[in-house]
Write a protein that binds this ligand. Structure first.
Ligand code: BEZ
Length: 255
């Protein structure tokens, strides 16, 4: 699956159980990316930020040999429980050299601090002609949610984070090309995402570590304020919450 599930572990911790309950859409909506990867029997595929291995397993079911990497011990444990070759590794410090036909990454690359280090490691990991197929948060991703966090958290004495890496297609293309990748396609894809456990579940799953920096008595108040700020734009008349996700989707090749 990929969801960095921890490759940004410096700033966010993950629980495989909580993730599966609050964010099943991550692997579910990432599954079509496997068609773009088109893994074949006999190929060797690296799943970068494999999380609990839901998508890695689907790649393996197509006959490819897979290796999943993730920086979250809990996620690696969950992936290994599926019988996968899953390794604890920071995606900014990949240790592979010319051994994969494809690198796959879903919902991970927005967490990384050093995008160039990740791209360099992927380029090194690929064989000549190998492909890099990925999707992650792109420019304007979760814009409403980010604004609400920035509006509320400082009033409780917490700096809203500089946030994550949501590049434009032009910016990410230039990073890929600077490291000799040929970019076959790259585009922003708006993908409004229904949240099975509402904005409360999303905040617990993806901003829980940040909210935990607040004293307990302020934590719930801050969460409620964020939710109420977002309700008019992200919650419909039936109470269904939808996150304002925008994906950056791309395919690149090592010449
Ligand atoms: C994303 O997949 O775009 C995302 C997930 C959690 C927090 C921020 C962004």
């Amino acid at each position: 699956m990929s969801s960095i599930q921890g490759n940004s572990a410096q700033s966010q911790t993950w629980s495989a159980g909580g993730y599966a309950r609050h964010a099943p859409f991550v692997p579910a909506l990432g599954a079509p990316l496997i068609d773009r990867l088109d893994p074949r029997p006999g190929e060797r595929i690296l799943d970068l930020g494999c999380g609990d291995g839901v998508l890695t397993e689907q790649i393996a079911q197509r006959g490819a040999a897979t290796v999943g990497v993730d920086a979250s011990p809990g996620m690696i444990e969950a992936a290994r429980a599926r019988g996968l070759d899953a390794r604890l590794m920071n995606v900014e410090r990949l240790t592979f050299a010319e051994e994969f036909d494809g690198v796959f990454s879903n919902a991970v690359l927005h967490w990384v601090k050093d995008a160039d280090a990740v791209i360099a490691g992927i380029y090194r990991a690929l064989r000549q002609g190998g492909r890099f197929v990925g999707e992650f948060g792109g420019h304007t991703n979760i814009a409403a949610i980010s604004v609400a966090l920035r509006a509320v958290l400082p009033t409780h004495g917490v700096d809203a984070p500089a946030d994550w890496y949501y590049p434009t297609p032009a910016e990410y293309r230039s990073r890929l090309e600077a490291q000799r990748f040929i970019v076959n396609e790259i585009a922003l894809v708006p993908r409004p995402t229904p949240l099975p456990t509402g904005m409360a579940g999303w905040l617990e799953t993806f901003r829980g570590t940040l909210l935990d920096t607040l004293p307990p008595e302020k934590r719930q108040a801050a969460k409620d304020e964020i939710i109420e700020l977002l309700r008019p734009s992200l919650c419909d008349e039936r109470g269904q919450w939808t996150a304002d996700y925008v994906r950056l989707r791309f395919t690149a090749q090592k010449p």
